[in-house]
Design a protein around this ligand. Structure first.
Ligand code: PLP
Length: 368
């Protein structure tokens, strides 16, 4: 029997380009004819050094990272940086305070973690639900804040910034875990950007941190040494054993992005893919609904309900069942939100998305 084609719409760890998986498979046992796997390679060897250098060079090239920024490949995931950011940056100014713009689960968690290390001014703590980015003119930023923090794409709620927040002269910090390299970014506008790799740039285990050099060296005394940016940057992310294999996979994904036109090409495709789904939602006369404001609908994670704004339990179960029969997996929304969520990261193709769009149309016709 022919094997069913699977399309993975998971929020992360997520789909990887097929060519990357095949190359990793080919090289797994014997990397570059060295007779060993990357999994077995010393992180201090010249061969691994080449992989690190290649990964960093590709990333610098893809994002046009200015020379006065350091790039680190760290462990601890996105959540590790919820602690790493305040531990390194909240002491930049004497008051030890930071502004956190909360627009979803992940910025909320980051703000909570930062409260352990200083004063946190939470902007929008009382949104009824995370479906919008309130007008920046309503933000009351603290002039003595060490930094202004935001999450560029809230993976659970599907809320994405399509503008650069004005930090009013303070250091701007962004969690780009779920939209990293999905579009061009002007790194020079930021003090720090970080991203876990397991959505758009590889597999779990490595987190990229891009930080402006002048922000190094301000870590609090209690900062664990493996999270100290000055130590890690000073050791080229080799203070301790880095996530070697995850970095190698990232190098393959970055190469794939480069060979496919870079971040500008990714952006064009991501706009096209997300429009395919939002257009069906918008033209379904309420059968499908997305609660997120038009202005900040994510291109990466599209949450939607089936059978009305609160969702119809039976229809949603049927929708998932039908999707699964067609090989479309991981469409169930986050447990805190319910409904569906289609994650359309870089590796998800227009054809994959078209298959989902076709199924949504079919389901609509059958059940409306
Ligand atoms: N930030 C964002 C935007 C995320 O989507 C996630 C996880 O999905 C995290 C942070 C936490 O990442 P990790 O699970 O690697 O700690």
């Amino acid at each position: 029997m022919e094997k069913k084609q699977i399309i993975n719409f998971g929020p992360g760890p997520a789909k990887l380009p097929q060519s990357v998986l095949l190359r990793a498979q080919q090289e797994l046992v014997d990397y570059n004819e060295l007779g060993i796997s990357v999994l077995e390679m010393s992180h201090r060897s010249s061969d691994f050094n080449k992989i690190m250098t290649k990964t960093e060079t590709l990333l610098r090239d893809l994002l046009n990272i200015p020379d006065n920024y350091k790039v680190m490949f760290l462990q601890g995931g996105g959540s590790g940086q919820f602690s790493g950011v305040p531990l390194n940056l909240i002491g930049l100014k004497e008051d030890r305070c930071a502004d956190y713009i909360v627009t979803g689960t992940w910025s909320s968690r980051a703000a909570k973690e930062a409260e352990k290390y200083g004063k946190v001014n939470v902007i929008h703590p009382k949104l009824d639900s995370y479906t919008k980015i309130p007008d920046p003119s309503s933000w009351t930023l603290n002039p003595s804040a060490s930094y202004v923090y935001y999450c560029c794409n809230e993976t659970v709620h599907g809320v994405e910034y399509n503008f650069l927040p004005d930090a009013h002269g303070a250091v701007l910090v962004s969690d780009m875990s779920s939209n990293f390299l999905s579009r061009p970014v002007d790194v020079s506008k930021y003090g720090l950007i970080y991203a876990g790799a397991q959505k758009n740039v590889g597999c779990a285990g490595v987190t990229v941190v891009i930080v402006r050099e002048d922000l190094l060296g301000h870590a609090l005394n209690e900062c664990p040494i493996i999270l100290d940016y000055k130590v890690q940057a000073g050791n080229n992310s080799l203070y301790n054993t880095p996530p070697c294999f995850s970095i190698y996979i990232m190098s393959l994904v970055l190469e794939w992005i480069k060979n496919n036109g870079g971040t500008a090409a990714m952006e064009t495709l991501n706009k096209q893919k997300s429009s395919l789904i939002y257009d069906i939602i918008n033209s379904s006369a309420g059968f499908y609904s997305c609660p997120v404001d038009d202005a900040c609908r994510s291109r990466m994670n599209v949450p939607f309900r089936v059978g009305g704004p609160d969702g119809d339990e039976t229809l949603e179960a049927q929708f998932l069942d039908g999707a699964s029969k067609r090989g479309m997996i991981s469409l169930k929304g986050h447990r805190s939100v319910g409904g569906m969520r289609a994650s359309l990261y870089n590796a998800v193709t227009v054809e994959d998305t078209q298959a989902l769009a076709n199924y949504m149309k079919e389901f609509l016709k059958e059940h409306q």
